[in-house]
Design a protein around this ligand. Structure first.
Ligand SMILES: [Zn+2]
Length: 583
């Protein structure tokens, strides 16, 4: 861990030693590939087309050149799971099979969150039990009519709410009214939120119960009701069943986006396990970013009614902007996925999810097959619409292919379509990354290429630090690089073999973490000969400062009249001249 913590340092190190950062990263970024001595992938933390996210398994570190952040396994989990350090440590310890008996170290806030998670689990179990009670016969019948099996009911932990009972039971079990309020399980009038509903626990991608959904039994309104946003749950950041779907999404290389939880449950029961759905809100950018950790391919399968079509286009646009390859699939006869599966079987459903049309073909088909005679105005409007979609495509080759396809099928010159394309505005969020970059790059651009090279080499091969002693006699000494080199020298003496040196270095100077990680992530050229090249770099740096000082002296000297030149300055200038010549 690269920031200070009260946690037992040896425990942290034990966890760090037990987990290979590459294995860990691969779980979230399946596309990571070998490149030189490190591994590369498109960054999970910012949007990009060319990989600038690197992992160095030998150092146990990752770094992204695009968003310029990095760290060790703890930093990675904290960032990608949005966890506190203690939460990440607990998760990693569990993964490594190490006892994490550090509950005392939890902050008050973390303890409070843990209690809310426990309450959500309590509610889930409470409702699940009620489904199998005597009074649950009606609900069980409904489940039977939807053809859900016992295994499915268990896997998704379906439950049943009556008109009340949860709040009292929770209070009895030691939870408070405040806990109930915070988790949204009760109304403002302090009675149960969910009344007479079939209950669907909502788990986040980590498999923690963060909310509940309820489908009304009978005619009540609304038909579907979900927990409000709470400290544990933000509906714009949770995709239903992603915890179950993740392995299948990775295996298939594709996620299938459905509209609601009944659809998802039916699909999973039919063996199509890569299906997920947003809940109580439309699919948004946060959902897309979450999904990006698992795949680059998404098939959108929404209801074929007008609202569904509109939603599928909107969703496709969001996915395109986040760099997904999007296909659209449709079911015939206006059927829902669960209706379709019952009628035609799981295999046919699976085939439909695998054979979607890419978004451009889908839109073109819909437009060209739908209308009998297309007016010039309709064509022009549609062309603008289709170019809006194409403009969001990140891959230039696909973009060109799509433009050619659209021109061909619409019978419009490509050049005219391209004019339209150039008018489309670019996604706005690119700007942000750029600004961050310039601010941080100032630190690198402040130094000579040779200075950057030397510190990069030393971070990779600290054993050569002894060759750098002379640099501490140059003005480099007082810069960021000088301080880094000094600390490397000290730490190297302490550890003898340089093991874990980078981690310790960052602990010593956390404010330079990103700078150090960035330097470390760049490869040293192949065939690098340290004993020759390090002294050569050092000489270049020394010469630079000598020449700089020489020029300064010259300027100073020229300001004195004849005979008034101070001897010390003159002597210094001669010394420099000698040094520059002797080398
Ligand atoms: Zn990044």
């Amino acid at each position: 861990m690269l920031v200070k913590t009260s946690m037992d340092q040896s425990l942290i190190e034990k966890i760090r030693d037990s987990i290979d950062i590459l294995d860990l990263v691969k779980e979230y970024v399946p596309s990571v590939k070998r490149s030189g001595t490190s591994y590369k992938a498109c960054c999970p933390f910012h949007q990009e087309k060319t990989p600038s996210f690197t992992v160095s398994p030998d150092k146990g570190l990752y770094y992204c050149f695009g968003c310029q952040t990095g760290g060790d396994i703890f930093d990675f989990v904290m960032k990608i799971e949005n966890m506190s350090f203690n939460e990440a440590a607990r998760k990693l310890a569990e993964r490594a099979g190490i006892d994490w008996h550090q509950e005392d170290l939890l902050t008050e806030e973390e303890k409070a969150r843990l209690k809310l998670y426990k309450l959500m689990d309590f509610a889930k179990d409470f409702y699940h039990k009620q489904l199998f009670s005597e009074r649950g016969a009606n609900a069980r019948n409904y489940i039977k009519n939807r053809s859900l099996t016992k295994e499915t009911v268990e896997k998704f932990a379906l439950g049943l709410s009556f008109f009340d009972g949860l709040a009292q039971a929770a209070l009895k079990a030691g939870f408070t009214m405040d806990d109930l309020k915070k988790t949204g399980l009760i109304n403002s009038n302090k009675t149960d939120l969910f009344k007479n509903r079939l209950m669907f626990p909502i788990l986040n991608h980590r498999g923690e119960t963060v909310a509940l959904g309820g489908r009304v039994l009978g005619d009540g309104m609304p038909k579907y009701l979900n927990s409000p946003d709470t400290p544990l749950f933000s509906k714009s950041r949770v995709l239903y069943a992603l915890n179950f779907a993740a392995p299948s999404i990775r295996k298939e290389g594709r996620a299938v986006l459905l509209e609601g939880y009944m659809d998802v449950i039916a699909a999973h029961q039919a063996g199509v396990g890569n299906c997920i759905a947003p809940l109580g809100t439309s699919f948004n950018e946060n959902h897309a970013k979450l999904l990006k950790r698992y795949t680059d391919n998404v098939t959108v399968l929404f209801d074929p009614d007008a609202a569904g079509l509109k939603a599928s286009k909107r969703t496709a646009l969001i996915l395109l902007e986040q760099g997904f390859y999007v296909t659209v699939a449709t079911l015939p006869e206006g059927l829902d996925p669960d209706e379709y599966i019952i009628k035609y079987g799981a295999d046919k459903f699976k085939a439909i999810t695998q054979n979607g049309k890419d978004i451009i073909n889908y839109q073109l088909d819909k437009f060209l097959n739908g209308a009998e005679a297309i007016s010039a105005k309709e064509k022009s409007e549609f062309a603008a619409e289709i170019m809006d979609i194409i403009s969001r495509q990140q891959d230039k080759i696909i973009k060109a292919e799509w433009t050619a396809l659209a021109a061909n099928r619409l019978g419009i010159e490509q050049s005219i379509l391209l004019e339209n394309l150039n008018k489309q505005k670019k996604p706005a969020d690119k700007q942000e990354t750029k600004e961050v970059k310039t601010e941080k790059q100032n630190l690198i651009s402040k130094f000579l290429p040779a200075e950057i090279s030397i510190v990069r080499i030393i971070l990779k091969y600290p054993a050569y630090i002894t060759l750098c002693e002379n640099l501490q006699n140059t003005p480099l000494k007082n810069t960021e690089i000088g301080v880094i080199l000094k600390n490397v020298a000290l730490l190297y003496k302490e550890s003898a073999d340089g093991f874990g040196l980078t981690q310790k270095l960052i602990q010593t100077m956390p404010e330079f973490k990103d700078f150090i990680l960035e330097l470390l992530a760049k490869d040293v050229p192949q065939g690098f000969k340290p004993k020759v090249e390090i002294p050569a770099l050092i000489k270049r740096i020394e010469d630079f400062y000598l020449q700089k000082r020489y020029k300064e002296l010259q300027q100073q000297l020229s300001s004195y009249g004849p005979g008034q030149v101070p001897l010390t300055l003159l002597k210094e200038q001669i010394e420099i001249q000698k040094k520059l010549k002797s080398k």
